[in-house]
Design a protein around this ligand. Structure first.
Ligand code: SF4
Length: 130
């Protein structure tokens, strides 16, 4: 938790509570990382949400799509790289296996980056252009 807080940007993630609730409802309400909080374990919820409630913007939240004027939808203000739908299956990492018959020159772990999972409904996250 401390590492997430220290890495976060020193700026508020949302300009008001409507933005924050709109974004978390559209994203975190189906994410496996906040399921404990939704099922009664308030202390087991997503630490990134807690970081944002403490006035900082997690670095895991990248800017979502913007229109030509820089406007965005509440649901798409950020794209969380840690998002994973709760119905996606096992949460344990499943590294890509080494090709059969190949030797491994270097350990792959440090070179494998964060994967961003496909959102359940990408149409919800288009930039505002109305
Ligand atoms: S990992 Fe991202 S999308 Fe999932 S609950 Fe946390 S902040 Fe929300």
């Amino acid at each position: 938790m401390d590492a997430l807080f220290d890495a976060a940007l020193d700026e508020p993630a949302f300009s008001n509570s409507d933005e924050g609730l709109g974004w978390t409802e559209a994203n975190c309400s189906t994410c496996v990382h906040d399921r404990p909080a939704r099922t009664g374990d308030g202390l087991g919820g997503c630490p990134l949400i807690l970081v944002s409630l403490m006035g900082r913007r997690p670095v895991e939240w990248l800017d979502g799509p913007r229109d030509e004027r820089g406007r965005y939808s509440m649901a798409g203000q950020y794209l969380c790289v840690e998002y994973r739908h709760e119905d996606d299956g096992p949460t344990d990492p499943r590294p890509v296996p080494d090709p059969p018959g190949q030797l491994e020159l270097f350990p792959r772990g440090p070179y494998e980056g964060v994967r961003m999972w496909l959102r359940p409904n990408p149409a919800l996250f288009s930039a505002v252009s109305r």
